[in-house]
Design a protein around this ligand. Structure first.
Ligand code: NBX
Length: 828
């Protein structure tokens, strides 16, 4: 019979081989096939969107093929696997990235050309998958790309929100939020797996039972919801490996509550069951504050429980001794949102697998590594005990038990130091008793990671100082990185070709360290000329986008100066805008001959404010109010333009970043854990204007601080500056704030509270005290920009120095130092 099945396998293999050929003719047939039978349009009449759909399905087939093979290969080799748990993934578009990683971009472009379509135009049809807020979520996406490319046996787990991050629309300069129902037109990049589903329990009670004198607990749930898997293949570049991102959707449980049907109210019974789906309905749009919301906690546990069941099921398929679990499984906890996984694994081991507490605990302690993305102790996640206890009664008991054991152990080490014991306890006493998820994560993880060196220093000395003193060996850092596949190859094809030409190889796409090879050519006039040409192409693309979007025509000779990221007081978009007002004021008060010397600027700002974050929303409005005045002032003309790009997201970033000359990363020192967009700008040869915060410190070490515009207070200076009752605020600062306050840009009352945030003595983010050095850095950028040769050289050196900031390096470091996993390459 094994001969028979081998015969069958070979036959299948031949069939597959015939199905998925990649020559232009086969691709055309394939696309047309999908037009007819998947999209169900006539092959004689279909529009760009339908062509995009058919094209994606054809690509999807090729992804599935590799994804199956990778799955089989991992199963056969049974390596230790990494499970990457994150409540957010900001994947953006998939089409271009997929065909590039599969190595068939040009074949598809040819095939489409012969059908009368342009690949780029169809790629623009795709909407973004925006299942995340900002840096943390995009980081997860970059890391998945690297894990696949480097052949690591990894899998991502997350939630399949029906509504991703809200769409931002601007009405009269104010932000409005609209739902992002991204699944409206179908999603070809996912595979629904109705057969892969698990029951997730909530509420109810815990009963204590005993068998043969051994006590155990049974959780009798009050509600059960089904988690259904949706798999998203993630193809590696230059490898056959394609790994899985498994996202869970909530569905009504299959276990019928017979009673409610028997009461005769059939319609209400059905409607009530349907309510289960709300768990995975919507992504929470705050990227820093935790409010103890029940639905949010439900989302967390829903995702954690389904993932854990899936992971344990896979382990048990091939293993029967849980002592081997840590040899086969590593869990990565992205921020604290997935940290209930720790408690859930503990619960399953003791209550369901009936392991003794001690043995279960030893296993759990070897499984988890935790990465923090926060610097602000006030921002750490705390869950009210009442909420947790009612939703997850058994978990609360286990958390108390973990905490009790920890406290006992700690007392032995440090004695009755109650202040310290209190700070380190998982349970925080207070008017509202809460569970500190970070403490839980640290206590139960073998590694605690920071996302940059500076962040790690802050974790050790401030945020988690008490824990560092106890367990210094647990603390590490892995400086963030981004994938050069998406951020150069996909988003900047002209630069990609230019780099490959000058390095004489495309190998840098897999081994980004090779970019240093550009250094020796940095002053070569031929490369410089071509380099500027590429920048011009990207600026044209961006300028066209700006014009269609805002109607403002911008000059290509101007310096494109960009700040795009979530709007936050600590990120100081307000500093940027006040700097623009200063520039405007100066231009207005110049004579004609001085105006001729002004370096023209196009200032571009983009980003979303959390819907409840009033000050952030006022910053957006101020940006529009200033733009309105400046852009329509005939005295100013092309010397200064201010553009707000609405609905900033991954695909907008792919266009904005390559078209920038200068980019701003100007957070108050000590507030940005790492920052990752700086790395994308750097790769694309944009110069950075930055404070010494997060990863910019390390970027300066790589590219040389002489090739950046650094300014502002250092981390160690910030506390003293804040202490000072009044600081030496420059007159320029007082003047620009006054202009806003006095209604120079209108909306006087509306901007009052915004101005109050930077009043002397209340200026927590130190805009006033950093203002002079900010203006100096800006003036320096102006001076260098007119020196074309020097600027181009700095630009080339930026790209050349960006190699360390690839997520490939980050993933190698995690694999070696935290997860203990090795590559597992699927043969071609
Ligand atoms: O994570 C960000 C940091 O602010 C960046 O400095 C860092 O580069 C990036 C990646 O490490 N943090 C972040 O984006 N946090 C969130 O998005 C977030 C979302 C939900 C939530 C808390 C934080 N409840």
């Amino acid at each position: 019979s094994s001969g028979q099945s081998r015969g069958k396998a070979e036959r299948m293999f031949r069939l597959m081989d015939e199905f998925l050929k990649n020559d232009p003719m086969s691709l055309q047939k394939d696309i047309i096939h999908h037009v007819e039978f998947t999209v169900a349009r006539s092959r004689f009449s279909f529009d760009d969107f339908e062509a995009y759909q058919a094209l994606s399905h054809s690509v999807r087939d090729r992804l599935i093929e590799r994804w199956h093979d990778t799955h089989q290969h991992f199963k056969k080799k049974d390596p230790k696997r990494l499970y990457f748990l994150s409540l957010e993934f900001l994947m953006g578009r998939s089409l271009s990235n997929s065909v590039i990683n599969l190595g068939i971009r040009d074949e598809y472009a040819d095939a489409l050309a012969q059908l009368g379509f342009e690949f780029e135009v169809l790629a623009e049809q795709e909407g973004d998958a925006a299942l995340g807020n900002g840096g943390l979520a995009r980081l997860s996406a970059c890391q998945m790309d690297s894990l696949a490319t480097l052949d690591y046996p990894a899998m991502g787990y997350g939630l399949r929100y029906q509504y991703g991050l809200f769409r931002q629309i601007i009405v009269d300069g104010y932000q409005h939020e609209q739902p992002d129902f991204w699944l409206n037109f179908g999603n070809p990049w996912e595979i629904e797996r109705v057969q892969v589903s698990y029951s997730v329990k909530f509420y109810g009670t815990v009963e204590e039972k005993a068998s043969n004198g051994v006590k155990y607990h049974v959780w009798v749930p009050g509600e059960t919801v089904e988690a259904v898997a949706y798999d998203n293949p993630i193809p590696g570049y230059g490898t056959r490996n394609a790994i899985n991102l498994r996202l869970w959707a909530a569905k009504p449980s299959g276990q019928y509550d017979l009673e409610s049907y028997n009461t005769g109210d059939y319609i209400n019974a059905v409607v009530n069951r349907q309510k289960a789906e709300i768990i995975s309905n919507v992504l929470y749009p705050d990227d820093r504050s935790y409010q103890g919301k029940e639905l949010r906690l439900k989302q967390q546990y829903f995702f954690v429980s389904a993932s854990t069941q899936d992971i344990i099921r896979r382990f048990k398929d091939d293993h029967d001794n849980f002592d081997e679990f840590p040899d086969k499984v590593a869990f990565q906890i992205n921020e604290t949102q997935p940290s209930l996984a720790i408690v859930e694994v503990m619960r399953v081991l003791i209550d369901e697998e009936r392991l003794a507490w001690k043995r279960a605990w030893e296993i759990v302690c070897k499984l988890f590594s935790f990465t923090s993305h926060s610097v602000n102790p006030e921002g750490l996640e705390k869950i009210p005990v009442d909420l947790l206890g009612s939703l997850l009664p058994r978990h609360l008991q286990i958390i108390y038990d973990i905490n009790h054991n920890f406290m006992e152990e700690l007392k032995k080490k440090i004695g009755q130091d109650y202040r310290r014991l209190d700070q380190m306890s998982i349970v925080a006493e207070g008017t509202v008793k809460t569970i500190r998820m970070a403490n839980l994560s640290i206590i139960c993880s073998h590694t605690v990671n920071g996302v940059s060196r500076l962040h790690y220093e802050l974790l050790k000395t401030r945020v988690f100082k008490e824990f560092y003193d106890l367990w210094p060996q647990k603390f590490q850092y892995k400086t963030n990185g981004v994938t050069q596949r998406r951020w150069i190859v996909v988003s900047n094809p002209s630069l990609c070709s230019l780099i490959s030409k000058w390095l004489g190889t495309e190998e840098w796409i897999r081994n980004v360290d090779l970019l240093v090879g550009l250094r020796e050519h940095a002053s070569n006039p031929v490369l410089q000329q071509e380099w500027r040409m590429v920048k011009k192409i990207n600026k044209i693309r961006l300028a066209e986008y700006i014009e269609t979007l805002t109607g403002v025509e911008v000059s290509l000779d101007a310096m494109f100066d960009v700040q795009v990221k979530r709007i936050h007081e600590y990120k100081r978009q307000l500093l940027n805008i006040l700097g623009i007002i200063h520039r405007y004021y100066c231009i207005k008060n110049m004579n004609e001959s001085d105006r001729k010397k002004v370096v023209p600027r196009v200032c571009i700002i983009g980003g979303k404010a959390a819907p409840g974050y009033e000050i952030a929303k006022k910053i957006i409005k101020l940006c529009h109010a200033v733009a309105e005045k400046v852009n329509n002032d005939a005295d100013v003309g092309d010397l200064l333009k201010l553009i707000f790009i609405p609905d900033y997201n991954v695909s907008v970033a792919e266009m904005v970043i390559p078209g920038s000359d200068l980019s701003q990363h100007i957070s108050t020192a000590g507030h940005e854990a790492s920052g990752t967009s700086s790395m994308k700008f750097l790769m694309n040869g944009c110069l950075l204007l930055a404070t010494a915060d997060g990863s910019t410190v390390e970027i300066a070490e790589e590219v040389g601080s002489e090739n950046m515009f650094l300014f502002g207070a250092k981390v160690h200076e910030v506390p003293q500056l804040r202490e000072k009752a009044t600081s030496e605020v420059p007159i320029q600062f007082v003047r620009v704030v006054r202009m806003v306050r006095d209604g120079y840009f209108g909306f006087k009352d509306y901007f009052k509270s915004l101005c109050d945030t930077v009043e002397d003595g209340k200026d927590f983010y130190l805009l006033g005290s950093d203002f002079s050095s900010y203006l100096e850095a800006q003036a320096m950028a102006d001076r260098e920009f007119v020196n074309e040769e020097k600027w181009t050289r700095m630009s080339i050196l930026s790209t050349a120095g960006s190699g360390r900031f690839s997520s490939d390096r980050t993933m190698d470091e995690y694999s070696k130092l935290s997860w203990g996993i090795q590559p597992c390459k699927c043969p071609f």
